[in-house]
Design a protein around this ligand. Structure first.
Ligand code: ATP
Length: 355
């Protein structure tokens, strides 16, 4: 089983920056795992520490149950793909792919057949004789992946694998990467600052902030139930509404009305931050029964098939998405409702999820 176990890991740079600051996490065998977070949160340092390119200051890294914390990169059984691909410009595709095998003195005939086979898997047929300078960005990225796969590492580490591709190629490469990872079944950790990419690709996502883990969960979990307001703000293409509110007997009161919420053990009267995604609010122009928030439309932005409508509720702005054809005009009085499980309650001070 080529899982990765990280325990109490800290990586401190000589300038004193604790880029990774006491982290525990486990990546399962065969899992496609994303490290996600804003610039500077330490995700690249964590990946490089797993690879052995940075040394851990505290804690342990185990790969396939073997403690590799003090092993040099070449002995860890990892294959890494760098953001800029790091291809050798003077070698052709075939030589690039099989370079790790050449270093291990694998015979030329075997290398040629590995280049053929991996080239086929990565859709590089007909390109094996070309040099990197004669390839598109997407093709170069596939050569870098092919080289990593041909090296037969137990785990694949990808640093922002799609960031050098333009928007259209990135979507294509995303689908390709997801299918390849599932076909090969190789444990893969990838770094990204793009939450949409992490949601689309990963089996599980670790959201980091300042070297620490803020949430670990499936894309569905981190989207639907962010563990804190930091994750709530970071995940989602439209930001979650985070509103000052008060816990009532069967829900929460916010500007413009109230919403149902499972408030658990949070006492009535407590001042909290109420979180509800624009996608989980329903907008009506008629009357509704039960808890609701009333306001009037300020503006609507086109998001493609959906519109993001901003509603002024007693001076507080709340975002709600509606199908494009239902977009109300500015000034329309509207009512917002949500189902109980979609309304989250966060601690006003710490921002941690309470219920
Ligand atoms: P980005 O998305 O911008 O690459 P990141 O989340 O990958 O960011 P890291 O590159 O791991 O973050 O950096 C984490 C912290 O460590 C930052 O504060 C950064 O300035 C610092 N840092 C990174 N590399 C070094 C280094 N070689 N020496 C000192 N500090 C460093």
């Amino acid at each position: 089983m080529a899982g990765i176990d990280i325990e109490g890991l800290a990586t401190v740079y000589p300038n004193g920056v604790r880029a990774v600051d006491g982290l525990d996490l486990t990546v399962a065998d065969g899992e496609f795992f994303a490290l996600l977070g804003p610039s500077g949160c330490g995700k690249t340092t964590l990946l490089r520490t797993i690879a052995g390119l940075e040394s851990a200051t505290e804690g342990t890294v185990r790969i396939d149950s073997i403690d590799v914390t003090r092993l040099e990169p070449g002995k860890r059984g990892v294959a890494m793909v760098f953001q800029d691909y790091a291809l050798f410009p003077h070698m052709n595709v075939s030589e690039n792919i099989t370079y790790p095998l050449k270093v291990r003195r694998v015979a030329a005939a075997t290398r040629a057949s590995v280049a053929e086979k991996t080239g086929d898997e990565l859709s590089l047929q007909g390109l094996l004789e070309r040099r990197p300078g004669q390839l598109s960005g997407g093709q170069q990225q596939r050569v870098a992946l092919a080289r990593a796969i041909a090296s037969e590492g137990k785990v694949l580490l990808l640093d922002e694998p799609l960031s050098n591709l333009d928007a259209r190629l990135r979507l294509e490469a995303r689908t390709f990467l997801k299918k390849l990872q599932k076909d090969l079944g190789i444990t893969t950790v990838f770094v990204t600052h793009d939450q949409a990419e992490a949601l689309a690709l990963a089996d599980r996502i670790a959201v980091m902030q300042s070297g620490k883990l803020r949430q670990l969960g499936s894309p569905r979990e981190v989207f639907a139930r962010p563990a804190n307001t930091f994750v709530a703000n970071f995940i989602g293409s439209t930001p979650m509404n985070l509103l000052p509110g008060t816990v009532g007997s069967d829900g929460v009161t916010i500007a413009g009305g109230s919403l149902p919420a499972a408030t658990g053990s949070v006492p009535a009267g407590a001042e909290v931050t109420v979180g509800v995604r624009p996608e989980y609010l329903t907008l009506s122009t008629g009357d509704v029964s039960g808890p609701a928030v009333r306001g009037s439309v300020v503006v609507a932005e086109n998001l493609g098939t959906q519109s993001l409508v901003t509603v002024d509720c007693d001076g507080t702005l709340i975002g709600v998405t509606v199908p494009e054809e239902d977009e109300p005009s500015p000034g329309t009085p509207v009512v917002l409702t949500a189902s109980e499980q979609r309304v989250l309650v966060y601690d006003k001070e710490s921002g941690e999820l309470l219920a």
